[in-house]
Design a protein around this ligand. Structure first.
Ligand code: AMP
Ligand code: MG
Length: 488
């Protein structure tokens, strides 16, 4: 057996999914597999490279032990309720338990039509598949909770998007694909038993410690709130904008999921939006905590009947659980930004200092990643000329350095220790949009070398790689990418 499957989700009642195999494709061809992830998951990497392995990754052959299905979910898309979304172009093959004891879903994305496809073709185009592969793996290397990429193949078939593009399939791995929208789907159908069943499943699979809580469902809301608050704080600290924070793209495990029109900022601006479909800036960088809270409120609503027999008390309990978001977020946001600035423990004035710093970056249109990175290296040399060069007006910057030095002096610690902390949280390499675009354009001509190179560089985001110094820098004016697309 190539993959030692278990199928706990498939054992849930039938309103949770539609069972069907992936639709075969004409001429599958491997782009790459992720050997490290395969190993972690207890899968023999070489077995995926055989004709049988490639057929499995392309959905041509259903592997032994799999129980293929498309998951049912609904969701709020840009605030509008859609009662039925579901896996319209993905098939969950099953789960595998890794060497680390973690159970993970293995899903083919782009694997053909399902009963949830609506008007879509069930397929994925090569560009978005490579983008998701690179960005999700970069995210993992940066240490953020995220779905991952186990493999990518081309299908030998074309898909029609804005133009005709080669079709591809991503093998996506997640701790599970259960979303806020999965809960909403059953809640909207007033299927209380299904919501309870799903909650029990999520608790036993992802939050087993909660089963002992006085009210496990209330504890579940709090746990999901904490994970989301922490996730969004971490996104913001690397300049990440998810782009489609719809409730169907909001994981109850707190992983980053669905890398459609996402992007990492170059020049810092808190109102930055990249998604071509986000006209109102709903999912701008600075709005992400508010939107996460909005999504979590939708989640809590689905659990109300399980919180208390008394409706009013249930609402009170849910509100109390939701209100824990702010503390968790502030702690992770200011604590995390503090670390980036070389602070060890958060002090009272730090939030203001951090906000002022971000304002300074905005006013001077400074590259977000370079700022924190140069701060780290300039501290080592005790010479702030590299950093200063990022600012249009050196005086404002010198004032800032002076106050920053006063702040760090409040915590007695060696420069070497401070640097080590900063180096561990301030990446040198992020998946910059122009590099992703360049990689996709090359792949469309059959050249996967830039894809491989980008993956390799981004696998060590905190490590100096002088031979790839050109991947550290922001785009030249003619290389700037202003918009990213949904990629459906
Ligand atoms: P996404 O924008 O990828 O989060 O997808 C939102 C919804 O649209 C989900 O229900 C997807 O399964 C569905 N969807 C996206 N693209 C396609 C497609 N090409 N064919 C069928 N369904 C799709
Ligand atoms: Mg989605």
């Amino acid at each position: 057996m190539i993959i030692p499957f278990e199928n706990t989700f498939a054992q849930l009642p039938e309103q949770f999914y539609a069972k069907l195999p992936p639709q075969p494709v004409m001429a599958p061809k491997l782009i790459r597999i992720n050997p490290e992830l395969a190993k972690l998951m207890g899968i023999e990497a070489d077995s995926l490279l055989t004709p049988e392995g490639i057929n499995i990754l392309a959905g041509v052959q259903v592997p032994d032990g799999a129980a293929p299905l498309a998951m049912a979910y609904g969701g709020h898309q840009f605030g509008n309720w859609v009662p039925q979304l579901g896996d319209g172009r993905a098939i969950l093959l099953g789960e595998a338990i890794g060497h680390d004891g973690i159970r993970r879903d293995i899903q083919l994305k782009g694997s053909g039509r399902t009963p949830f496809s609506r008007s879509g073709d069930g397929r994925a185009a090569l560009g978005p598949v490579l983008r998701e592969y690179v960005v999700s793996e970069a995210m993992a290397a940066l240490g953020l909770p995220t779905t991952r990429a186990l493999a990518a193949v081309t299908t030998g078939e074309n898909v029609l998007r804005d133009s005709v593009e080669p079709g591809a399939i991503l093998t996506r791995v997640a701790q599970s694909h259960i979303r806020v929208g999965t809960f909403q789907y059953h809640y909207a159908r007033q299927d209380e038993a299904a919501v309870k069943r799903l909650s029990d499943y999520v608790i036993s699979r992802h939050y087993p410690e909660l089963s002992k809580a006085t009210n496990p469902y209330l504890a579940l809301i709090k746990a999901v709130v904490a994970r989301q608050a922490s996730l969004v704080a971490q996104w913001m600290q690397i300049g990440f904008i998810h782009g489609v924070m719809n409730t169907d793209n909001c994981s109850v495990i707190g992983e980053t999921i669905d890398f459609g029109p996402c992007a990492f900022m170059d020049t810092f601006h808190p109102g930055k939006v990249f998604s071509s479909i986000d006209h109102m800036g709903r999912y701008a960088w600075r709005n992400q905590p508010n939107i996460a809270q909005w999504n979590l409120a939708q989640f809590a609503q689905t659990l109300l009947p399980l919180l208390d027999e008394d409706d009013e008390k249930a609402v009170e309990k849910a509100q109390e659980a939701l209100s824990t978001f702010n503390d968790q977020f502030s702690q992770d946001y200011y604590g995390g930004f503090g670390k980036k600035l070389g602070f060890m423990a958060t002090q009272d004035d730090d939030p203001k200092f951090i906000e002022d710093t971000l304002e300074l970056l905005t006013a001077h249109k400074v590259d977000f990643t370079l700022f924190f990175r140069h701060l780290t290296s300039d501290l080592e040399n005790d010479n702030f000329t590299t950093l200063s060069a990022l600012f249009s007006e050196p005086t404002a910057f010198l004032d800032w350095v002076a106050s920053w030095k006063i702040r760090i002096a409040k915590e007695g610690m060696s420069t070497a220790d401070r640097m080590a902390t900063m180096q561990a949280v301030n990446p040198i390499f992020i998946p910059r949009n122009h590099r992703i675009e360049e990689m996709i354009q090359a792949a469309l001509t059959g050249d996967y070398e830039p894809f491989e190179r980008l993956l390799k560089i981004l696998s060590l985001p905190f490590t100096s790689q002088p031979e790839h110094a050109d991947y550290e820098t922001p785009p030249k004016p003619d290389e700037i990418i202003h918009e990213t697309f949904c990629g459906t």
